[in-house]
Design a protein. Structure first.
Length: 401
């Protein structure tokens, strides 16, 4: 098949999705407004515009439209922060339209057009006026952007109405989309899933060995983005300060924070103010292929965002054998039974998170049992190759109908 995706070319999720189908022998195209930071192997990328517009007014209004990170610049003026997100998205839709996405997609002549992230790139894909059209929800597009304002809900309803097939990775997101008007549409659950290399790395997990951890001390790891306060990495730092304190009783505990983003300098300053010192390491951005071996060294994985759908990073951590501590959110409840194969905690409570970390680090038998349980859960429900095979089947059905 010839597949055309519209999405953020720098997102690991879009890269994995497009790269998978390119590796399967399909002809894969990826359209965005700006070019990717690095070439994508096997994927034909199309940038509608290779440089930012020159108009200062255009940049004030349109710069916010690429809400999932596809932009190459960020204006600094005060008006930038006051532009309503939905207005910015509509202006960006016009940018895609004016820069010729309909002509480009017409020239590609794909069997399927697929937009990732309902309120951003799937919206922009509708400017191509092409069918069959697939729209994929990622979580915050439906749980936050489509719930925060009437214009946001209207954008989501518009995209859902245009789609021939809708996919999402959690039951909560699917239910919300049905409430938004997608009840008459075909909606399927496709979990992004875990590559088999993570399952293979489970043999090396510290939680599958006798003893609690390696010489670096009991290790906790976070993999969430440092680009948005949504992920509450500051809460993780405050919790670790409690864990490492005299009352917490685990001064030897360590935290590794992988990932990068605009909040990193402030988080590093917070870690210094909390006196964490060598108890915390900021690892920066890491290639996806290095994550499995990193997770194998950690006893506990923490992820406490205020809102989330199914987190691919959480599933990867569970596959490798980390004991997961996650926000008490509906999507996480689909994977974690509190107290059995992980802990669920309030997302904004450092004390609750600290208590859960201390409990997990102090109970190697619980971590070992959870590692075995979670590995089987991932094998049954969340293997990347099997879930993408289901998606491929949907592509084939749509393209032949």
């Amino acid at each position: 098949m010839r597949l055309c995706f519209v999405g953020d070319p720098d997102s690991i999720h879009v890269q994995r999705w497009a790269g998978h189908f390119a590796g399967r022998g399909h002809e894969v195209h990826l359209v965005s407004f700006y070019p990717p930071r690095a070439p994508l192997e096997g994927v034909r990328t199309h940038a509608l515009y290779s440089r930012p517009p020159e108009s200062w007014l255009w940049r004030r209004v349109a710069g916010r439209g690429e809400g999932t990170g596809g932009g190459r610049w960020r204006p600094q003026w005060g008006a930038y922060g006051r532009v309503p997100p939905s207005l910015a998205r509509l202006v960006t839709w016009l940018r895609y339209r004016w820069q010729g996405i309909e002509r480009l997609v017409g020239d590609i002549r794909p069997d399927i057009l697929h937009g990732h992230y309902i309120t951003d790139y799937a919206l922009y894909a509708t400017a191509a006026r092409f069918h069959p059209f697939v729209a994929t929800a990622w979580g915050s597009d439906i749980l936050i952007a489509a719930q925060g304002s009437p214009p946001g809900r209207a954008i989501a309803r518009y995209v859902l109405g245009k789609a021939d097939l809708i996919t999402a990775d959690s039951d909560q997101v699917i239910a919300r989309m049905r409430e938004l008007g997608g009840a008459q549409k075909e909606i399927v659950k496709i979990v992004l899933g875990v590559d088999r290399s993570f399952v293979e790395a489970a043999e090396g997990s510290v939680n599958r060995r006798k003893g609690s951890s390696r010489h670096v001390g009991p290790l906790v790891i976070s993999l969430r983005s440092l680009d948005s306060p949504l992920y509450n990495v500051d809460v993780i730092l405050r919790a670790m300060a409690l864990v490492c304190s005299a009352s917490g009783g685990l001064p030897q505990a360590r935290l590794w924070v992988a990932g990068d983003g605009r909040l990193r300098p402030g988080l590093e300053r917070l870690a210094a103010r909390l006196g964490l010192g060598e108890s915390v390491r900021f690892l920066g951005h890491l290639p996806h292929k290095e994550i499995a071996s990193l997770l194998a060294q950690a006893a506990v994985y923490v992820s406490v965002p205020s809102s989330d759908a199914t987190s691919a990073a959480l599933l990867e951590a569970m596959a490798v054998g980390c004991f997961p501590i996650a926000s008490a959110l509906p999507a996480n409840g689909e994977w974690i039974e509190d107290g059995a194969n992980g802990f669920l905690v309030p997302p904004g409570s450092p004390s609750s998170l600290a208590e859960a970390i201390v409990r997990a680090l102090g109970d190697p038998q619980l971590r070992q049992a959870a590692a075995a349980c979670n590995l089987e859960l991932i094998r049954v429900k969340a293997l990347w190759e099997e879930n993408m095979a289901a998606m491929e089947g949907w592509y084939q059905r749509l393209s032949s109908s």
